[in-house]
Design a binder for this molecule. Structure first.
Ligand SMILES: Cc1cc2nc3c(=O)[nH]c(=O)nc-3n(C[C@H](O)[C@H](O)[C@H](O)COP(=O)(O)O)c2cc1C
Length: 169
């Protein structure tokens, strides 16, 4: 099997956010996709070792901020390589926040989609969370960052908890 072919699947780079008892939390996810148009639903695959997973299990809503090619690299550093399981880690302390439909969103992004959590599916190491879209707001007309751009141009790595992770690649 040539598993590198899976790297040819296309994704964007997103920040999935929610509340943890009044604290804004979240993490980077590439595994976001629209599932249906009517009602409008979105799915995200979340690793059970991520603190965001624990928060989504308790949450009734979440938001997806769509990162742009020009979004500051420190957003990925904070949300993709640190864990809010450490109570001292406040990811939004270094990233500008915007409130949309009473959910925290990343201001330096193309925009945000807010969702009401309606379902989840256990997939072993990950759970797929499904949300019905409750709102969407555009922050800029910047070019959305693709996962391929993240790897090829930014030379970014995928940590172990990303569903697309392949050891040594
Ligand atoms: C480019 C990139 C893509 C990622 N995609 C996912 C993903 O789709 N699902 C996931 O569960 N984790 C993904 N991750 C990993 C989480 O963002 C990372 O484990 C984060 O530190 C978890 O933070 P938390 O413990 O505060 O939730 C990705 C990370 C990066 C850098």
């Amino acid at each position: 099997m040539d598993a590198t072919v899976l790297f040819d699947l296309s994704y964007g780079v997103y920040v999935v956010t929610t509340w943890d008892e009044g604290r804004a939390v979240g993490c980077i996810a590439n595994s976001v996709m629209q599932i249906t148009a009517s009602p409008m639903t979105i799915a995200v695959s979340m690793n059970k070792d991520n603190y965001t997973y624990d928060c989504l299990k308790r949450a009734d809503k979440f938001a997806i901020s769509i990162l742009a090619e020009q979004s500051k690299p420190r957003i990925i550093g904070a949300f993709g390589f640190k864990s809010a399981a450490d109570p001292k880690v406040e990811k939004f302390a270094e990233v500008d926040q915007r409130l949309v439909n009473n959910l925290p969103a990343v201001a330096d992004s193309c925009g945000v989609i807010t969702c009401r959590l309606i379902d989840s599916h256990d997939c072993g190491t990950h759970t797929i969370f499904i949300g019905e879209v409750t709102g969407a707001e555009r922050f800029s007309n910047a070019t959305p960052m693709t996962y391929s751009y993240y790897h090829r141009v930014i030379k970014g790595k995928s940590p172990k908890n990303a569903p697309t992770y392949q050891p040594g690649k």
